[in-house]
Design a binder for this molecule. Structure first.
Ligand SMILES: [Zn+2]
Length: 154
């Protein structure tokens, strides 16, 4: 980011973390140095991660620790597949009948797209039967096809 963007960013940090930003020129220059090569979008993401993860008084050193995580988060987003089943999050939702419950329950399965492939394979993956025996409703949940409803429509 350039110096102008940095000055706005510092003001933003001050508001977000409730402190008075430094006004001393040398101090500001020292603060700017690590941000010189950081994109403003990444820097805002860093602030967001810091805000969610660190309680207490604002420390620049702590904020800088979130640089890698912020950059990783943005790349993940770019790689999100355009999947009609899971919307790119990797989790497909399916309604199943369980003998222990009076009503059908919703469970998650790993999607068959690349986002689902990235999830831990200890989780059950969406099977061909899950897809063929069900229909994907407006809320993107696979629900059992109910025969009498189909007959009514036809
Ligand atoms: Zn998917």
């Amino acid at each position: 980011m350039n110096k102008h963007e940095f000055m706005e960013y510092v003001q933003f940090l001050g508001k977000a973390f409730d402190f008075t930003p430094p006004t001393d020129k040398n101090l500001l220059a020292a603060w700017y140095k690590p941000f010189e090569n950081i994109n403003l979008i990444i820097a805002k993401k860093m602030a967001e991660l810091y805000l969610y993860n660190e309680p207490g008084k604002f420390q620049l050193a702590k904020l800088l620790k979130y640089k890698n995580q912020a950059m990783r988060g943005l790349t993940d987003k770019e790689e999100k597949p355009d999947c009609t089943i899971c919307g790119g999050c990797g989790w497909a939702r399916i309604e199943v009948y369980d003998i222990n419950y009076p009503r059908p329950i919703e469970v998650c399965r790993r999607c068959t797209c690349s986002a689902g492939e990235r999830l831990n394979n200890k989780y059950k993956q969406l099977s061909r039967e899950d897809i063929e025996d069900n229909f994907l409703d407006w809320d993107k949940v696979f629900r059992p096809k109910i025969p009498f409803l189909k007959e009514e429509v036809n």
